[in-house]
Ligand binder design. Structure first.
Ligand SMILES: Cc1ncc(C[n+]2csc(CCOP(=O)(O)OP(=O)(O)O)c2C)c(N)n1
Ligand SMILES: [Mg+2]
Length: 281
């Protein structure tokens, strides 16, 4: 990847992370861990890959994103705000009564949100429907669905996987955020879905693995996905839950809890330092 583009993406991902912490702190609730693990993915999608127009969020031919792991809404909202879909100040009102940004994505209330999600397993099914609709109506948009590695413990995910391969939905890319943790602990302790790669392959998908925090690798994976026809693509990204906030990394306790004032200040100080280092590069 061009070094300048890479640096810009790293800066954007850092700003997305700051927006996540800002939102969850002000909400006094929410899900920072799994939002931080997809910040780089969201930066790449919204700032490189997607054909979207913040001024026309319902553009019929736009690429679609379905955040199937809907609890990671703070990440999606932060990316959408930075991309210009709405004012970044909205992030501070996350989960407040009457505010636009609620705990899980709402396609009717938030510009840029393509599917209402939160009940794990359902988003990928909706994404299959969108992809099939695109095929039937000869549209060339792509559908990107983002799933959690705990989410793939849901049976509905595998019905959708079977459906997508059967209907040869090569306009569908599912990204599984393999951060190793779900709500109750390690995915391998709770109800292991491993090996996730082999399972998608067995269901007839083209499978790609990717380092979730390396933009060269992210570019390589999406370039490969672009070349696949006749099958849906699953990108299994290896990530760190809580990435880049030291005390949140790999800690299941940060799945769904908000930082107090002191923790907020420490997280922001760490991210500000990262931002300063990147901007000075
Ligand atoms: C059908 C359903 N069951 C339970 C939940 C509650 N829940 C919210 S997040 C979560 C764990 C998800 O883990 P994972 O998919 O790995 O997400 P991440 O690690 O990326 O946060 C659970 C069980 C839910 N949202 N939907
Ligand atoms: Mg997980």
């Amino acid at each position: 990847m061009d070094p300048k583009i890479k640096r810009d993406l790293e800066i954007t991902a850092c700003k997305i992370r700051k927006g996540i912490i800002e939102g969850v702190y002000n909400a006094k609730s929410g899900h920072p861990g799994g939002s931080l693990s997809i910040a780089d993915l969201l930066a790449y999608l919204y700032f490189v890959k997607l054909n979207v127009d913040p001024k026309n969020p319902k553009m019929p031919d736009r690429d679609r994103v379905v955040l199937s792991k809907g609890h990671c809404a703070p990440g999606l909202y932060s990316a959408l705000a930075l991309r210009g879909f709405f004012d970044v100040e909205e992030l501070k009102k996350l989960r407040h009564i009457g505010a636009m940004l609620q705990g899980h994505p709402d396609m009717k209330g938030t510009p840029g949100v393509d599917m209402t999600t939160g009940s794990l397993g359902q988003g990928i099914s909706a994404a299959c429907g969108m992809a099939l609709s695109g095929k039937l109506s000869n549209k060339y948009y792509k559908v990107y669905a983002i799933l959690g590695d705990g989410e793939v413990e849901e049976g509905q995910v595998w019905e959708a996987a079977m459906f997508a391969a059967h209907y040869k939905l090569d306009n569908l890319v599912a990204i599984v955020d393999n951060n190793g943790l779900q709500i109750d602990g390690k995915i391998t302790d709770v109800c292991s879905p491993m090996p996730i790669t082999d399972k998608f392959e067995a269901f007839g998908w083209h499978v790609i693995t990717m380092d979730a925090h390396n933009f060269d690798d992210i570019e390589r994976a999406f370039d490969e996905a672009e070349k696949i026809s006749g099958k849906p693509v699953a990108i299994i990204q290896t990530s760190v839950k809580g990435k880049n906030v030291s005390f949140m990394e790999n800690q299941v306790s940060w799945h769904g809890s908000a930082p107090n004032k002191e923790q907020y200040e420490q997280a922001m100080a760490e991210l500000d330092k990262q931002l300063k280092d990147l901007e000075g590069k």
